[in-house]
Design a binder for this molecule. Structure first.
Ligand SMILES: Cc1cc2nc3c(=O)[nH]c(=O)nc-3n(C[C@H](O)[C@H](O)[C@H](O)COP(=O)(O)OP(=O)(O)OC[C@H]3O[C@@H](n4cnc5c(N)ncnc54)[C@H](O)[C@@H]3O)c2cc1C
Length: 412
């Protein structure tokens, strides 16, 4: 029997594609979906921070969307900006330096062409080398430091892979007159009832009776091919497919962890108001400055075309931080006013706080080497670690589905 740990996108995808029914999915939560759960309450639709879908593989898109009514799927042309000092400039920052005050524009442009080097060994050095000191210091470094909550020189130079909006100098200059700010998610799809519609559609390809909720795995014994649930129950497996964070898998097996496994936590506030706010255009806005406690604010109301402001607000923390959401909400509301997103006469109708832990793993050369080496060793004991956190990477939901499908095809 295949035991799958986790009923998120990766665990459900493995079950959907494995081609047999001899599996059980063990999920610690009382719901399926992992980080793709949705809260629908008081007329608001909220995910675990914004979850938007951008498929490149048509076959996967059709498979996952098969059971969603077509009229529920909104295709949205992304509009995003950056609050930089007293103005909003288009994202990505490096492509829109011509929207800065003249002296700052000159500094960015001059530095872009000064001291070009191809010699860099970490993420921070890459930002300076590719974009120059001013673009790096004004946006790329403060924003990413707030998000990752770490020193960026500890991250691999390619820590964000294809998700980083690289731009050649020629593209940047061309953008001064012919705007093309497209990134990997220039157009995205969002279901009217949130990310959970994709999860439910995917789960319709899975044997529902094989999904055990409130079933937290407490220990794994690779040599005996069994796992122990928190309830004390022991279950034998032939193959174990784990989608839990790799650091946690090491704990479950009783292995000591490499300290290179580092990550951040993200606190998400989903907040619904009684009326529309000041911004009715943007889908999300980036905040590099320290005076705002959040690094990004997204607008469900602008995506769904709702008449009451509905936001997700994201704050980055170190993995060791003791986060007290109740103490932070009033600061968030104050900063939202300061950022000209809400006004002081807007009332909060409903809200929730979610802590994503881990949220972004710190991709470093050492962590990547260690995870690859351990995964190969575990496979000899029939343990396969997949998923955004099981593979310790920066990726999209589509990447998770593809990885799970590839493993399912390989094993079956
Ligand atoms: C802030 C943020 C925004 C994002 N936005 C997007 C986006 O817009 N578009 C996009 O494509 N991707 C986005 N992602 C990425 C996306 O969330 C992930 O790629 C995807 O949800 C990962 O699915 P998974 O199944 O691999 O992991 P998870 O969703 O983490 O699932 C793992 C499951 O394992 C369960 N589990 C853990 N431990 C145990 C245990 N001991 N016993 C039993 N069960 C256990 C968990 O409860 C969970 O259900 C975002 C991620 C973050 C952090």
């Amino acid at each position: 029997m295949d035991i799958i740990i986790g009923a998120g996108i990766s665990g459900l995808s493995y079950a959907a594609f494995c081609g047999h029914k001899d599996y059980r999915i063990l999920e610690q939560s009382d719901k399926i979906g992992g980080y793709c759960k949705t809260t629908e309450r008081n007329g608001f639709v909220w995910d675990y921070s914004g979850h938007f879908f951008h498929f490149k593989d048509k076959e996967i898109e059709q498979f996952v969307a098969q059971n969603i009514p077509v009229e529920d799927l909104l295709t949205v042309r992304k509009k995003t900006q950056i609050r930089y000092k007293d103005r909003l400039i288009d994202y990505p920052f490096q492509m829109n330096i011509h929207q800065l005050p003249q002296q700052e524009f000159i500094d960015c442009l001059y530095d872009l062409f000064a001291n070009p080097t191809t010699n860099f060994s970490n993420f921070k050095e890459m930002l300076y080398a590719k974009f120059g000191k001013s673009i790096a210091d004004k946006f790329l470094i403060p924003y990413n430091s707030k998000l990752y909550a770490c020193d960026l020189n500890t991250l691999d130079k390619d820590a964000m892979g294809r998700f980083f909006p690289y731009a050649e100098k020629e593209q940047i200059v061309r953008n001064f007159k012919a705007a093309n700010n497209d990134t990997y998610n220039a157009t995205f799809v969002y279901p009217k009832h949130g990310a959970i519609q994709y999860v439910d559609s995917l789960a319709s390809h899975v044997n529902r009776e094989a999904i055990c909720l409130n079933a937290a795995v407490a220990a794994i014994c690779p040599k005996e091919h069994n796992i122990t649930l928190r309830s004390g129950e022991k279950i034998q497996y032939d193959r174990l497919i784990s989608t839990v964070p790799f650091s946690k898998l090491m704990d479950l097996i009783g292995e000591s962890k490499n300290p290179a496994l580092s990550w951040n936590k993200v606190l998400v506030f989903n907040i619904g108001f009684d009326k529309q706010g000041l911004d009715t255009q943007n889908h999300w806005i980036y905040f590099p400055e320290d005076k705002y406690c959040f690094y990004r604010v997204g607008f469900y109301s602008n995506i769904l075309g709702a008449d009451r402001c509905s936001l997700y607000v994201e704050l980055g923390f170190d993995k060791a931080a003791n986060i007290q959401p109740d103490e932070l909400l009033s600061r968030v509301l104050k900063d939202l006013q300061e950022a000209q997103i809400i006004t002081d006469d807007m009332q909060v109708v409903d809200h929730e706080a979610i802590i994503m832990d881990p949220a972004y793993v710190h991709v470093s050369a050492e962590a990547t080497r260690y995870v690859a080496e351990q995964k190969t060793a575990l496979e000899k004991d029939d343990i396969y670690s997949i998923g955004r956190y099981g593979s310790w990477t920066y990726c999209s939901i589509e990447d998770n589905i593809k990885e799970a499908k590839a493993l399912a095809n390989h094993l079956n």
